[in-house]
Design a protein around this ligand. Structure first.
Ligand code: HEM
Length: 203
């Protein structure tokens, strides 16, 4: 069965709900004092996991669209990608406002003490560049350079699980699983990746 424009519309509504409802849940938990013993850590964890989970979903769209021969599905990538950016910005805001209490001087100390923060920041910069250039008009203006820039999503897909793995002190099973998931997602794209890197070399 082919996905129609109406079907795509309802799928997008569902995706919006799936991305927004966890945030409503987080607000309810925090405001009702049910966000665990350390609510600040809880919020940083929740938004970081939100960002990485939606990034997995974003990277799953292309293989699914190809397997199911549903080209229209590709149109959900921008929506999901912007939610990855949204969650990541909330994650950073929570860290700077609730953890560091806007003590900007501490930020440098934190980066030296916890270098995985630099990895997260690099990932966020890539997400920001992709988000800012995700508008149709920008895409048209950028021409071929747009695809070259958007290939950086693959680097983001390496940096995000590395940041996660590195940030966790004791438990390695969950971040290890995410490393495997992202490796699998990149392997699924190995042909496209090699073609695009070849394209980059020819230029
Ligand atoms: C400037 C950007 C970023 C900063 C400053 C930052 C900072 C942090 C900090 C302080 C932690 C908590 C580590 C701890 O438990 O002590 C963390 C964890 C985490 N971050 Fe980030 N991060 C950034 C970007 C990102 C991005 C872009 C993603 C995903 C796309 C991400 C996903 C995660 C995940 C999944 C965790 C583990 C959550 C946990 O187990 O607590 N972060 N980050």
């Amino acid at each position: 069965m082919r996905l129609t424009q109406a079907g795509l519309f309802w799928l997008k509504v569902l995706l919006h709900l799936l991305c927004i409802l966890p945030l409503v849940y987080l607000v309810l938990l925090v405001s009702s004092d049910n966000a665990g013993g350390d609510p600040v850590q809880y919020i940083i964890h929740f938004t970081g996991m939100g960002a990485i989970n939606v990034l997995v979903a974003t990277l799953l769209v292309s293989p699914f669209a190809k397997r199911l021969k549903q080209g229209l599905l590709l149109q959900t990538r921008r929506l999901l990608g912007l939610y990855v950016l949204g969650y990541a910005l909330l994650h950073l805001s929570a860290f700077i406002s609730l953890d560091l209490l806007f003590a900007w001087g501490l930020l440098f100390e934190e980066i030296v003490k916890r270098p995985y923060i630099l990895v997260g920041a690099s990932c966020l910069i890539i997400l920001l560049m992709l988000g800012l250039t995700s508008f149709h008009r920008v895409k048209r203006t950028m021409g071929k350079r747009w695809q070259a820039l958007h290939n950086w999503v693959y680097l983001a897909a390496i940096l995000a699980p590395v940041h996660f793995y590195w940030s966790v002190k004791s438990e390695i099973i969950e971040p290890g699983i995410y490393l495997l998931i992202f490796t699998g997602l990149l392997l699924l794209r190995r042909h496209i990746l090699m073609k695009r890197l070849g394209f980059l070399q020819q230029r």
